[in-house]
Every structure is written in C-alpha cells, then in structure tokens.
Design a protein around this ligand. Structure first.
Ligand SMILES: [Fe+2]
Ligand SMILES: [Fe+2]
Length: 406
C-alpha cells in the first residue's frame, strides 16, 4: 500500500486538517492516511492546550463521525520516550512488524497488511522550505517520501524547495493540491469561534468542557502542568479512553475548585488527574496495592482502586506528596476530618463535565459557591443510591456525613 502519514497537534482539529486528509486521499499518491496526534512535539513540549489523550480521542471521534474512509488514527507517540521527532516516529512506524500489526488491528486484511508499503510524510508546502533544518531530515527521507500540499494562496516557491531537498538530501518529494479552507487551531482557540471545527470534534469539546477558562490552567506552575501532561501519557497504558478522559476532567475541575475555595491548585490538578489511575488494574493487583496503603480498611471491590491508586501513583509515577496521595485514597468514600483538597477531589469526581448519570446542575451550581453544601448534596445522592441497592454505606462515608452535619 501507499501510506500517507499526517502528524500534528490537532489542538483542536479543524476543517483545514480534514481538507488535508481528504485532498491527500484524492491526490492519487496514497491509498491510506494515518493520522498521528503529537505527544511531545519538539517545538511545543508542554505548550499544547490539551494533553495528548484528548487530542487523540477527539481526532478518532472526528474521523469516525465524518465517516472518512481509508483514514486511521494512530497512538504510536504514546510509546516513545522523550521528544517524538519525526524521524524517530517514522523509524518505528514503518518497521515491518509495527505497521503490519497496526493495520491488522484496524481490520485491514492480513495479506494487504503484509505487503511492501511505500510511505509519504504529508506536510504543508509552506514548511517545505524549512525542511532541511528539521531534526535529522535525512533520517526522515530514509523512511518516507515527502508529500507536500500546496495551500490556496501559498506563495512559497514550492518546486524550488522540493528541488533543493531532492538535490541536497536525495529524497523523493511529491506535490499535491490542497482543496480547502485556511484556518489555524490557535486562531480558533484565541477567538473562541469554533465554526471551523468539525461537528464531531465540537461535540467532544462540549462534552468535556474543553478550551474554557478551567482548562487554561492559569496559576498552575510549569512543573505541575508538565506532570499533568506526563500523567496523561502514563495512564494511557492503564486506562480505557472513557475512564482516562474522566480522570483528567477531574484534574481540570479540581484545579478550578481549588481556585474558588483557596486550595493549592497544583496539588488539586495532580490529585484529581490521578484519582482513578488504578481503576482498571487487575483486581488482584488492586487488592495487593490497597493493602499497602490502608491495610484492611477497604475490601469492597469498587473501593479498592482508591487506596491502590495512591500506591500506584506513588510507586509507579513518583508522587510523594502525602496530601495528594490521601486525596486519591479517599476520593470514593470520603472520611472524617477531610482536608480541603480531599473534599475538592471527592466532589470533582462526582460532577466533572462528562458525568451525566443524573441532572447534576444543582450540585454544579452549589459547587461554585459553597463546597460543604455541594458535598452534602452529593453525599445524599450517594446515600439514596446505596439504600435503593440495599448496600451498606462505608464507615468512612458515615464519618464524612457526620462532619457535614447530615
Ligand atoms: Fe474512582
Ligand atoms: Fe472517578
């Protein structure tokens, strides 16, 4: 097969990206396009607006929602340590074993997946002129030809740039015409006009309340921001997409609530983001980890992931801060004498934007004004649910409710 590879931040994905994919497929140069959302781009290591899993899932939902055929979204950069340079990504992606397994896992017939493939790195012709200054351009050309899109109104001397690359680096360069609009992700987010964002992506953004004041993380330290982004990549190995986005959403909301109620914003972001990190580990593993943190305090299956998460975040991700670990440990049950941080993570977990198990508007409204009142509303809903299911309320939750004068 002739495979086009299209990398980018897609922060957010917009009509220009989609035009690029469609035009490449129509160009006759490629049979399939693989889209790769960046994880640690060399130009903007942690300056993307959203951590990688959001951008990956948004792209997947968009391609699927728009029904674009012959286009696959790939997560290869999640498995690369350090900066994901194009040459490094291409070396891994184009290896016989990797590409075969990836294509087969995406329902491409084994025979086709095992064929000899020809690879094309898709890029805008405006970046063709600077290609020779990229990290290891020769390495890129060893694995793929360049497939450059001539954008509408592009004034660069495309053929001259292509000739220079052919002459100086001995690479193959092809040019195709881009039929579509000109827009940029940064213009979209700075103007707040999302009309050039495809409908499925807009849906996704709305569901998770992204690109809002809360997700700007103003006042969060660079270190915590970096840790938040890295935690999202680390947890990608252990959580399915829905749970991963939920736990990250709790990070954003906890950071916001920390702002409202005067709590440490860095700690709230990290504790919230990591609170469910152990939820999809095998039960045996959860039991083992939970014991390390809290002995036999939690034995119910559904509760194990909370203390287990504290140990997992500490031992595997390197979180040492006891306040953060406790907020993770008690996020499901609460406890007596809860700290402000613990209350915030407890609450954010129940009401983050993608939660829709009931109408949460009253609790969300209360959460902006009076933390304890929102906690009481949440605890009452939990209590009612337990009573209706004939389940016992955990003694730690009883203590929390007592503190809240319930
Ligand atoms: Fe949880
Ligand atoms: Fe949760």
């Amino acid at each position: 097969m002739r495979i086009g590879i299209y990398g980018g931040s897609f922060d957010p994905v917009h009509d220009g990206h989609i035009a690029m994919i469609n035009s490449a497929l129509k160009s006759g140069f490629v049979d399939l396009v693989i889209v790769i959302p960046s994880v640690r781009n060399n130009f903007k290591l942690y300056s993307n607006k959203l951590p990688p899993p959001y951008r990956l899932c948004m792209m997947k939902e968009t391609i699927e929602g728009l029904g674009i055929k012959n286009c696959l979204v790939n997560d290869i950069e999640f498995g690369i340590d350090g900066v994901s340079y194009t040459s490094v990504v291409l070396e891994k992606l184009t290896s016989d074993e990797y590409i075969r397994d990836f294509l087969i896992s995406n329902d491409i017939k084994k025979k086709k997946a095992e064929e000899h493939h020809e690879f094309f790195w898709i890029m805008g012709s405006d970046t063709l002129g600077t290609f020779e200054t990229w990290y290891n351009p020769g390495g890129i050309l060893n694995h793929a030809a360049l497939l450059a899109a001539v954008r509408p109104g592009d004034t660069t001397d495309v053929e001259r740039a292509a000739d220079s690359i052919r002459k100086n680096l001995g690479g193959k360069v092809e040019i195709f015409r881009l039929n579509g609009v000109d827009c940029s992700s940064s213009a979209i987010t700075s103007s707040g006009d999302f009309s050039m964002v495809p409908e499925p992506a807009r849906e996704f953004i709305k569901r998770h309340a992204l690109y809002t004041e809360n997700t700007k993380l103003e006042g969060v330290s660079d270190e915590a921001r970096k840790q938040f982004f890295e935690s999202s990549v680390w947890m990608y190995k252990y959580l399915g997409a829905k749970r991963l986005l939920h736990t990250l959403n709790v990070g954003y909301l906890s950071a916001h609530l920390a702002d409202v109620f005067g709590c440490d914003k860095d700690k709230a972001l990290i504790a919230g983001a990591l609170h469910d990190c152990a939820k999809e580990l095998p039960l045996e593993k959860q039991t083992e980890l939970a014991k390390k943190y809290s002995g036999d305090l939690f034995t119910e299956k559904k509760l194990l992931h909370s203390p287990a998460g504290a140990v997992f975040a500490r031992d595997e991700f390197g979180i040492e801060d006891k306040e953060i670990l406790d907020a993770i440990c008690y996020h499901t049950t609460g406890r007596g004498n809860m700290t402000l941080l613990e209350k915030i993570v407890y609450l954010a977990d129940k009401i983050e934007p993608s939660r829709n198990y009931t109408d949460l508007t009253p609790i969300r409204t209360a959460a902006e004004i009076d933390l304890d009142s929102a906690m009481r509303m949440t605890a009452l809903a939990v209590k009612n649910k337990f009573v209706s299911q004939g389940r016992d309320i955990h003694p730690m939750t009883v203590l929390m409710m007592k503190d809240l004068h319930m």
